[in-house]
Design a protein around this ligand. Structure first.
Ligand code: ADP
Ligand code: GLC
Length: 487
């Protein structure tokens, strides 16, 4: 069996703020049938170790990891093997993984440098088990783990192959250069071809210039990242590394997201679509919306509420859709201005628009089951998972033509409908007018029940499982290891 060390700050079911956690948590089980043994190294936030199966054990320890003692605890969580980095001075916090009510933790630089540092130690020297576990390759995710390939390179351990995946380039791990020593970064690499970025440290950049291979989570986002409007300052670095860069689409966990077997919902399937009606009625009742007034599609939105997600376009685009019988339910949390905007929409359209500000996994399942359409008007979207969950649960996705959204939804043009290929509505330009026109098209599709049902069923029957992408990761790991050995 080949071994891969996955380095990340989130993984379901232990800790999640977004899609990164879904992907990191799903990969080990997806890779196992292909003969790959993946261990995930994760900070031991409060509760993480308690959620590992009995029999967990220490496999590495240090008396001083960035200012305090640390132990790496190996345990099992479902099918995932986790190495939880127990370092109370860094991770025993009452808020979320990155911030609390006061904002980002002041020592995030050290917190995630420490995670990457330990990952690099394990990659170089193996664990301290009786039979040490040595990975054949390291797979780091996003800025929190991006220093792993960098530390390997600074230690002269370039021969240890590494892959860095960009889930979202908007988060670049930018810190003041005064943090350099605390992060154990070598001052001579504070250069434009090192980890220096506009006078700051960027952990993501450090990883992008050091990793043997770079991936992102859809082919289209891989192309978009080469341009300034999506690369957000890192496009030059990525152009320089274009020969080792590729896009591999995320999959979904088909067991967790299975409308025929979901404890949260009344079962239904493409063959038994009528079952969806009960879920719709229950959802409308749960939000006390006006069942008689909603004669058009009931649209849902499940999202972090940040400017990335394009929620600010909704108020200016929605009135005609609602006047034509549509309904809208929003589940999300995030920036205060966006939360207020959502609450204001509900107040303006009582009986038509409902919302729940917060994070609620169970409710998200009930929404996908009860909704007719799922709205994702993102300004950029590296992959996006809710359009995939939506399609699996019989919601027609209505998405901006960016990133993974454009790669996974086939727009209901006359040609695509005639070819029995359409799975949703894809719109551009990504602005209020574009969204308003897309909503008009959604209503028109709804008013053609045969075409609507065909579109829903095609989405439900498409296989969004991990298998094809897991094969791509394995091919990439193998090619990267081969190149490393040849070099
Ligand atoms: P991102 O990672 O940018 O937030 P994705 O679409 O990849 O976007 O993943 C978001 C994940 O988080 C999905 O699994 C989605 O269902 C979930 N999610 C987002 N907001 C909420 C919420 N308020 N309650 C429950 N689940 C949510
Ligand atoms: C990021 C992206 C999202 C992607 C997820 C998992 O959070 O915003 O598009 O699906 O990572 O890769």
């Amino acid at each position: 069996m080949k071994r891969v060390l996955s380095v990340a700050s989130e993984a379901v079911p232990l800790i999640k703020t977004g899609g990164l956690a879904d992907v990191v948590g799903a990969l080990p089980a997806a890779l196992a049938p292909m003969g790959w043994d993946m261990r995930v190294i994760l900070p031991a936030y409060p509760g993480v170790i308690a959620n590992l199966n009995k029999g967990s054990k220490a496999v590495w320890a240090s008396g001083d990891l960035f200012g305090g003692p640390a132990t790496l605890i190996l345990g099992q969580c479902g099918e995932m093997q986790v190495m939880a980095l127990d370092a109370p001075h860094l991770y025993a916090r009452t808020g979320g993984p990155y911030s609390d009510g006061q904002g980002d933790y002041a020592d995030n630089a050290e917190r995630f440098a420490a995670l990457s540092w330990v990952a690099a130690e394990i990659a170089r020297h193996g664990t301290q088990e009786a039979t040490p576990w040595h990975p054949d390759i390291v797979h780091a995710h996003d800025w929190q783990a991006a220093l792993t390939p960098a530390y390997l390179s600074y230690a002269g351990a370039q021969a240890i192959p590494s892959v860095l995946t960009i889930h979202n380039i908007a988060f670049q791990g930018r810190f003041s250069p005064t943090k350099m020593a605390a992060m154990r970064l070598p001052a001579q690499r504070f250069t434009p071809d090192g980890f220096e970025f506009w006078g700051d440290i960027s952990t993501l950049k450090a990883g992008l210039v050091s990793a043997h291979a770079i991936t992102t989570v859809s082919p289209r986002y891989a192309d978009e990242l080469m341009r300034p409007e999506f690369g957000l300052g890192l496009e030059g670095v990525l152009q320089y590394r274009a020969d080792v860069m590729s896009g591999i689409l995320n999959g979904i966990d088909k067991q967790v997201w299975d409308p025929e077997n979901d404890p949260e919902v009344k079962p239904f399937s493409a063959a038994k679509l009528a079952g969806k009606k009960g879920n719709r009625a229950a959802l409308i009742a749960e939000f006390s919306l006006d069942a008689n007034a909603i004669t058009g599609p009931l649209m849902i939105l499940v999202s972090r509420l940040t400017s990335q997600k394009g929620i600010d376009m909704v108020p200016g685009a929605i009135s005609e859709f609602l006047a034509n019988g549509g309904g809208l339910i929003v589940l999300g949390s995030g920036d205060r201005w966006a939360e207020a905007m959502v609450q204001d929409l509900s107040a303006r359209y009582p009986g038509r628009v409902g919302n729940w500000i917060g994070y609620d996994e169970g409710l998200s399942h009930r929404m996908f089951a009860g909704g007719d359409a799922v709205l994702i008007p993102s300004r950029f979207e590296p992959c996006g998972l809710t359009q995939l969950y939506g399609m699996r649960y019989g919601c027609v996705p209505i998405v901006a033509a960016v990133g993974g959204l454009a790669d996974t939804v086939i727009d209901a043009t006359p040609a695509a409908c005639a070819a029995h290929a359409a799975t949703g509505i894809v719109f551009q330009p990504v602005d209020t007018l574009g969204l308003r026109q897309a909503l008009r098209r959604l209503t028109a599709l709804w008013n053609d029940p045969k075409e609507w049902a065909a579109t829903v069923k095609r989405g439900m029957k498409t296989d969004w499982g991990w298998e094809p992408s897991a094969h791509r990761y394995v091919a990439l790991y193998e090619a990267t290891i081969r190149r490393g050995t040849d070099a």
